[in-house]
Structure formats: C-alpha cells, structure tokens
Ligand binder design. Structure first.
Ligand SMILES: Nc1ncnc2c1ncn2[C@@H]1O[C@H](COP(=O)(O)OP(=O)(O)O)[C@@H](O)[C@H]1O
Ligand SMILES: N[C@@H](CCOP(=O)(O)O)C(=O)O
Length: 311
C-alpha cells in the first residue's frame, strides 16, 4: 500500500538556536527558549501558508515557503506527497539575525511532514534531511534535539550528540534591528586558515564542551575563536564592538551564529549598557527541541534532557 496521511491537524514548536558559540564553527549549537509555532493539515487541493509575526507580509505564501520546501523534501524521501496542505506559522524568532530562524523553519517542516505521514521516521533521518537543506548542521541539531549539541557530517549525512548544559548557564542575547544573511557572512570566510588558528580552535572548542556541561567558570577562555568572527567583523562592526566591550569586562560573549546578534553565555554586569540599538533578551536553554503534538510522533520519550542521545 502507498503512503497515507493523517487527517487531523498537527503542530510543532521549534526553538531558536545559537550556533558556533565562539570556537565551534559549524559544529556546536544551543537551543533557546524562544519559539515559532507551526501547524499543518492535509487538504484536498493546493498548498497554502499563512504567516503571522516575524516575516508576515515578506515571506512567500506558496510552495516556495521554506517550511513547505522542507515538508516536500521529507515527503519525497518516501515517494509521495499529499494533494494539498494548509500550513500556519506563528513566528517569534527574529529572522536573519543569527538565531537560526531558517533552521527552525526547516526542522519545523520536516517535523510536520513526519507527523502527517503514517510511516515511521527516526530523529537521525530527520536530522539528515534538515542538515542537507540548511547546508550546515549546527543549528538544525539543537533545534531538533534541544539542549547543547555537537554535530558533524559524514559521507552519509549529518549526525549529532545532545548534552545537558550545566545548571546556571543562562544566555543573554543582544539582537539588533539590522539583518544579516548567513549566506553573505559565509562568503566572507577564507578558503584556508593558518594551522596555528585551527589548533587554537580545536583546543577551545573541546574546552567549551567541558565548560558548558560541567564548569561554566571556564566559559570565557572556552569561547575564544580565530576561525570566523574576525573575518566577519568588517561587515558587522557594531557586533564586533559589542562582543569586544562585553569581553573587556570578562563576559563570555560571542557572535551568535553568523550574526549580527551577540550571545553572552556568562552573566552580564547590571551596569553594562550595550547601546539603544540592541534589544537584550535573557533566555533559558530549551531542553526538548522541536516537539510535535497531535500526531503519531509524540517524542514524549525525549523528556527535558536525554544526556548523550545520539542521532
Ligand atoms: N520562519 C520562517 N519561515 C520561512 N522562511 C524563513 C523563516 N525564517 C527564515 N526564513 C528564511 O531564511 C532567511 C534567513 O535565513 P538565514 O540568513 O540563515 O538567517 P538566520 O540566522 O535567521 O537563520 C530569511 O530571509 C527567509 O528567507
Ligand atoms: N555555522 C554557521 C551558523 C549560522 O547560524 P545562523 O543562525 O546565522 O544561520 C555559520 O557561522 O555560518
């Protein structure tokens, strides 16, 4: 028998993510307690999308919408598409700021498709599809799995492990009005880096895993980076200057993802004023990832934390 679909609506809540975390370029990422809410229902005819919140009036409402593209890519893995789907998006994650909005849309689409199919699909397959669409796995992994993730890519696709963050790590995000596309920030990177810089980052990213999971006192040293932030600073001077200002008073601050948002992983002194162009958000670490409701895929087994779970 061919692929069949559930007729009830399904919902997924996708967390924002901060990738790189300093030295862990294209590998490390953290899920944050800021969410887009998506729902989908199989219909008889065309694909429609409604968007409220971030991106309303800007994003497409047809099959070129990123959530729909991810749904179609997922259905295509199984060789069948429903005739039509009505998708509703309530977006809260600021877009093109370095908070993983595109990954949230992609993971949301994969999860909605997964929930609509009467066919089992595991997290490992969902991660492979999402990372292939995004082009790098460091945002889609924490978005899907929650917590703190280490992601890597093999010939067969991307994989990730999920770890718990030490108690007391409470991220602060400084989000500017200005946008910056990840593709543009990636184009600013050189094709090769000095061996000494690669060695520096290998040590710091290994230390960051320890600092984030067991010893936050080491976060300042562990968030130093030589692989991407300096190359991108010219295109985002305000971001570079805020990171430098926070680090000058001992805060473990980094560029969030490809920027221009700034992430502080250690407490920011109350008398530190970033400037009026920045909106500060104190967020928690999301433990559950992109959980689905109203479907065959409940993910209840994931719970708030599943240390060392691998996908
Ligand atoms: N919720 C969303 N729904 C549909 N498309 C989205 C959504 N969020 C982001 N996008 C698309 O991804 C682009 C931003 O992606 P990107 O440059 O990777 O930034 P970010 O750091 O926010 O992921 C947007 O300009 C838009 O085209
Ligand atoms: N490793 C990527 C991370 C991009 O994250 P985003 O949230 O800005 O999409 C990069 O640094 O390019």
């Amino acid at each position: 028998m061919g692929l069949t679909f559930v007729s009830e609506p399904v919902q997924v809540r996708t967390p924002a993510t901060s990738a790189n975390l300093g030295p862990g370029f294209d590998s490390l990422g953290l899920a944050l307690t800021l969410y887009d809410d998506l729902s989908a229902r199989v219909t008889g005819a065309s694909w429609t999308v409604s968007v409220t919140g971030e991106g309303a009036g800007e994003l497409p409402t047809d099959e070129s919408h990123l959530v729909v593209r991810a749904m179609l890519a997922t259905f295509d893995e199984f060789g069948a598409r429903p005739p039509g789907v009505a998708v509703e998006c309530v977006n809260r994650i600021p877009q093109a700021r370095g908070l993983g909005s595109s990954s949230a849309a992609i993971v949301g689409g994969v999860q909605l498709a997964r929930a609509l199919m009467r066919e089992p699909m595991d997290d490992a397959a969902a991660l492979r599809i999402a990372a292939r669409l995004e082009g790098h796995p460091d945002n889609v992994a924490p978005c899907l799995l929650g917590g703190f993730t280490i992601a890597w890519t093999e010939a067969a696709g991307s994989r990730a492990v999920r770890l718990d963050v030490a108690a007391g790590v409470r991220p602060t995000l400084f989000v500017p009005q200005e946008r910056g596309l990840t593709a543009t920030a990636r184009a600013a990177l050189p094709g090769a880096v000095p061996h000494a810089d690669a060695a520096f980052n290998a040590g710091r990213s290994a230390l960051l895993v320890h600092a984030l999971t067991s010893d936050p006192e080491l976060l300042f040293e562990a968030t130093a980076d030589r692989l991407h932030q300096s190359y991108r600073a010219v295109a985002m001077p305000g971001t570079a200057s805020l990171v430098a200002g926070l680090r000058s008073v001992g805060v473990a601050a980094v560029v969030s993802g490809a920027g221009p948002t700034v992430l502080a992983l250690s407490p920011v002194p109350a008398d530190f004023h970033p400037g009026t162009e920045w909106r500060a958000h104190s967020l928690g670490v999301d433990g559950g990832g992109a959980l689905v409701r109203g479907s065959m895929v409940e993910h209840a087994e994931r719970g708030p934390v599943a240390a060392g779970r691998q996908s």
